[in-house]
Design a protein around this ligand. Structure first.
Ligand code: HEM
Length: 481
């Protein structure tokens, strides 16, 4: 009978655990709970955004998934994202320690929402504008680095080469130019190493992606190693940034700020309370990190898809030839005349959004979204991937079809439903810069070269999902036009 008692006890305990695990209040959003203690985490494989989209399809656009001991809110339709992020201020916060590289509370990307964040955001946006975004003064800098990129591409002749590293260099050089005033990537071996680390594809990447939106998992064995590596990376990057700042302090003229760091130091002279040393280090880190992988990966996606769809590539090149002539330089002012190119870029942003689950948000108080109660301290993910593949918004969403963004007269239709930068108070700070880079780099390289895959190479069109969704390294052959 003692065996019988034990079996009965195990049964009762399991039942009660299961019962309490699955309890939720009447107003809570529906969603999968998964297994006791670990939640639905085992459903996450190579592409978290695919699993999340399925949940949104099954449970609805406002869906609560349990991960470990915590619930994560998934916003799976444009309406849900709009209501939660544009109309509601209570979900503009960030979870603490979400991504270890950004830990410490300073900077902008992962800072708590409030007056501090808004002051930093306003200042950075102004400075980015001053160094180019709004006034187009950045155009020559982007073109400088895309011309260098073209020179490097030309050197490969007709040999196949991995293009992603070349793109990475060109894009990171631009953001470095704005922040540090010069191209630290080429001039400093340690910075070069940082770029190599960031661009490296590794099997642990998927796990580090999971850690980003479920930070509490960092206490588990494998995750704790990844977390520690990430903290180390932060320390290395901070040390390099500090070196740059101290060089600026020695050489600057307050009347002639040369770059973002000089402007920030000027602001510190005015003794503004939030403009402090450590904040400057963290801001440089955030701008560098946020401005590198995102835009490089999107550019790599453009090249990958245009190799797969050569007829789209040809059409885009014809448009560039027509508008620029045989040797004119690309200019933002010409974008209006290049609807097909803009449609291609918008379609890539739709079909391969670079941050498919956005950067996690956090509820700062109890709030409501579409009639559901969202408790304080809930992690919130915007399912950008799901919205971009929503059949209610897009016909055949898995088809690559730039023409869907053109009207019957061939005019470009800017879509408010392509939200690769997310929407609302925390939406991407660098979107104007990113849009300029994508347009100018794309036009520069495709005007000069036709790209194709290396014959016989196996090509993966799905890529890997870290926090960013990026293509695996692939080889191309660039034929000078
Ligand atoms: C194609 C390129 C890019 C994509 C797809 C992208 C996407 C995103 C996304 C999805 C977010 C999170 C928004 C949210 O949480 O609601 C974000 C935030 C941010 N991005 Fe970008 N980004 C890109 C390029 C850049 C560039 C070039 C910069 C550099 C200046 C940058 C700087 C930032 C910053 C500072 C934030 C944090 C904003 C905040 O928390 O207030 N991004 N980006």
């Amino acid at each position: 009978s003692s065996i019988f008692d034990t079996i009965l006890l195990v049964f009762i305990v399991s039942y009660l655990t299961w019962h309490f695990w699955n309890q939720r209040s009447a107003w809570a959003p529906p969603g999968p709970r998964g297994l006791p203690f670990i939640g639905a985490i085992t459903s996450i494989r190579k592409h978290p955004e695919h699993a999340m989209m399925k949940w949104n399809q099954q449970y609805g656009p406002v869906c609560m998934v349990r991960f470990g001991f915590k619930d994560i809110l998934l916003l799976g339709s444009y309406e849900a994202a709009h209501e939660a992020l544009v109309k509601n201020m209570d979900l503009a916060d960030r979870p603490s320690n979400g991504i270890a590289v950004f830990k410490g509370g300073k900077g902008i990307l992962m800072t708590k929402f409030g007056s501090y964040h808004q002051e930093q955001r306003r200042f950075s946006l102004n400075k980015l504008r001053e160094y180019g975004m709004g006034r187009r003064a950045l155009e020559p800098t982007i073109l400088l680095y895309s011309n260098e990129l073209c020179e490097r591409i030309e050197k490969f002749g007709s040999k196949p080469f991995y293009i992603d590293m070349e793109i990475y260099k060109a894009i990171s050089s631009t953001i470095c130019h704005i922040v540090f005033g010069h191209n630290v990537i080429e001039e400093n071996e340690d910075f070069k190493e940082i770029i190599n680390t960031l661009n490296k594809k590794s099997k642990l990447n998927v796990l580090s992606g999971i850690l980003a939106f479920a930070p509490f998992l960092r206490f588990l064995p494998v995750f704790s190693t990844i977390h520690a590596k990430s903290v180390n990376f932060q320390q290395t990057l901070h040390a390099l940034v500090r070196q740059e700042i101290s060089e600026h302090e020695k050489t600057r003229d307050p009347k002639e700020p040369r770059d973002y760091i000089d402007s920030f130091l000027n602001e510190m002279d005015k003794a503004k309370s939030t403009m402090q040393d450590e904040q400057l280090v963290a801001m440089c880190r955030d701008l560098f990190m946020a401005g590198t992988d995102t835009t490089s990966s999107t550019t790599s996606w453009i090249i990958l898809f245009l190799c797969r769809y050569p007829e789209v590539q040809r059409k885009m090149q014809e448009e560039a030839d027509q508008v620029l002539g045989s040797n004119g330089e690309p200019k933002m002012a010409l974008a209006e005349k290049m609807p097909y190119t803009r449609a291609v870029i918008q379609e890539i942003n739709r079909i391969r959004p670079n941050v498919p689950l956005s950067v996690p948000h956090y509820s700062s108080k109890d709030t409501m979204v579409m009639g559901y109660k969202i408790p304080k301290d809930t992690i919130v993910l915007t399912n950008i991937w799901g919205i971009h593949h929503d059949e209610k918004l897009w016909k055949n969403p898995y088809d690559f079809n730039p023409e869907r963004h053109l009207d019957s007269n061939g005019k470009f239709i800017k879509s408010s439903k392509v939200i690769q930068f997310n929407i609302g108070l925390r939406s991407c700070l660098g979107q104007q810069l990113a849009n300029m880079e994508l347009f100018l780099v794309t036009v520069s390289i495709f005007r000069q070269f036709s790209f194709s895959f290396n014959p016989g190479d196996k090509i993966d069109m799905e890529g890997e999902s870290v926090i960013a969704l990026r293509p695996y390294s692939y080889r191309v052959i660039a034929e000078k036009r």
